[in-house]
Design a protein around this ligand. Structure first.
Ligand code: GLU
Length: 363
C-alpha cells in the first residue's frame, strides 16, 4: 500500500545528496541530467516535485581551484556561495531541455521554525508549484551551517516535506537503502521496510552509511523519523535507481505515522543535535530521571545556547553531565526571567512545562 502511495503521490519531495551529483568530488553534469530526466517525466505525468539538492560546495571546488572538498567551514561556505550559482544554472539548463522552469529557494532550518518565515516559505513554494515551476531547495549555506556539518540536507528535506504537505519523501544517496550494518560487510542485511522507528533500536546506524556526503545514515533516519511522524512515507534509495525509487519499487520504505511518539523519541535519542542546554538543580534531575516528571522552570538554574520552542535541548545536571534530551516548550530568549520561579508565580502565559515528559528521553 505505502509503496503504491509513493508511486501515485500527488506531491513528492526528492532529496539528492552531493555524492549523487559528483564524480571524483566534482559536479558531474551527466549525473545531474540523469536525475533531471526522471523528475521531468514525473512532472509530465502531472505529479508535482520539489527538489532538495545539495552539491553547492562540490560545484564550487573546480572554479575556486581547490583539489578536494574544503575542510574548514568558512571555505566550505565560500565554495557553496560560488557553487550554488553554478548548480542552479545547471539545473535550469537541464530542466529547460524538457521545457520546464525552475526556481531557487534557499532556506535554513531556523526559517522553518519561525512562524513568520515558515508562512512566507510556504506561500512561495505553493505559488511556484501552482505556476508549474520546479522549486530547487538548498540550505542557505552563507548564514546556516547545520546541514553542512550534520546532514547534507537530509533534515532540511524532511522539514520541507512537512512544509509543503508532501505525500512522499524520497531520499537519494549512494547506497541502495538501509542495512543492519555497513553494506558489504558480512552479516549486514538489507532492511526493506521499517514499520516503526522502534524497530531500529538495535541497528548500528552510525556505521551503515555512505562515506561521501556529510550525513551518513544517522541523518537519513533522522529525516525519515521527522517525515513519517507527520504521516509522510519515506523511501531511502540510491540515486542510480531514482526511477524505481519514485515508483516505490527500490530502497528501504519507512511507513508513515502509526507510531508517532515512538518515532519522535527515537529521533530525539539517536539523531538530533541539541540546540542548547538547560542546567537543572539536583531536585529537578531527580524529578525528571527518577520520577519521570515534566521539567518546570523552577528547577532550572541556567540556559545555554540559542533555541526556539520545539527544538531539541539537553538537560544537564549541576555537574554538567547530560541526563536527558527533550523538545523545549519555550524560546531561549524568554527563559531567563522565568528560571527558579514556581509555576504559580509566573504570568498565565508561562504556566506550562518547560519540557513536557512526553517529549523527553533519558540519556
Ligand atoms: N548545502 C550544502 C551543499 O549544497 C551541503 C552539502 C554537503 O554537506 O555536502 O553543498
Amino acid at each position: 500500500m505505502s509503496r503504491q502511495a509513493v508511486a501515485t503521490a500527488r506531491r513528492t519531495v526528492v532529496k539528492v545528496g552531493s555524492s549523487s551529483l559528483t564524480s571524483r568530488g566534482q559536479l558531474d553534469p551527466h549525473r545531474l541530467d540523469a536525475i533531471v530526466d526522471v523528475l521531468a517525466a514525473r512532472v509530465a505525468a502531472a505529479q508535482q516535485v520539489v527538489l532538495v539538492s545539495s552539491g553547492a560546495i562540490a560545484a564550487g571546488i573546480g572554479p575556486l581551484g581547490l583539489r578536494t572538498r574544503p575542510r574548514d567551514l568558512a571555505t566550505q561556505q565560500a565554495a557553496a556561495s560560488v557553487g550554488q550559482l553554478l548548480l542552479a544554472e545547471r539545473y535550469a539548463a537541464s530542466f529547460a531541455r524538457h521545457g520546464l522552469t525552475v526556481g531557487q529557494v534557499l532556506l535554513t532550518a531556523d526559517d522553518l521554525h519561525r512562524r513568520g518565515h515558515y508562512r512566507n516559505a510556504d506561500r512561495t513554494l505553493e505559488r511556484l508549484l501552482a505556476l508549474g515551476v520546479i522549486p530547487i531547495v538548498n540550505e542557505n549555506d552563507t548564514v546556516a551551517t547545520h546541514e553542512i556539518r550534520f546532514g547534507d540536507n537530509d533534515r532540511l528535506a524532511a522539514l520541507v516535506s512537512h512544509l509543503v504537505h508532501a505525500d512522499a519523501l524520497v531520499l537519494l544517496t549512494d547506497v541502495d537503502g538501509l542495512y543492519t550494518g555497513k553494506p558489504g560487510r558480512p552479516g549486514a542485511e538489507f532492511i526493506a521496510e521499517v514499520l516503526s522507528m522502534a524497530e531500529l533500536a538495535d541497528v548500528d546506524v552510525s556505521r551503515s552509511g555512505s562515506h561521501v556526503g556529510s550525513g551518513g545514515m544517522t541523518t537519513k533516519i533522522d529525516a525519515a523519523a521527522i517525515a513519517t511522524s507527520e504521516g509522510i512515507p519515506v523511501v531511502l534509495s540510491s540515486a542510480a535507481r531514482i526511477a524505481e525509487a519514485l515508483q516505490g519499487a527500490s530502497g528501504t520504505l519507512f511507513h508513515a505515522g502509526g507510531d508517532r511518539s515512538a518515532s519522535r523519541l527515537f529521533w530525539l535519542r539517536h539523531a538530533t543535535t541539541p540546540r542548547g542546554s538547560l542546567v537543572l538543580d539536583a531536585g529537578a534531575v531527580a524529578a525528571v530521571v527518577e520520577r519521570r516528571m515534566s521539567l518546570l522552570p523552577a528547577g532550572v538554574t541556567g540556559v545555554r545556547g540559542d533555541f526556539y520552542s520545539g527544538e531539541p535541548v539537553d538537560l544537564v545536571g549541576p555537574d554538567g553531565v547530560a541526563v536527558a534530551r527533550g523538545l523545549v516548550g519555550y524560546d531561549a530568549a524568554d527563559l531567563p526571567p522565568l528560571l527558579g520561579h514556581k509555576t504559580g508565580e509566573l504570568p498565565a502565559e508561562f504556566r506550562r512545562e518547560l519540557v513536557h515528559r512526553d517529549d523527553l528521553v533519558l540519556l
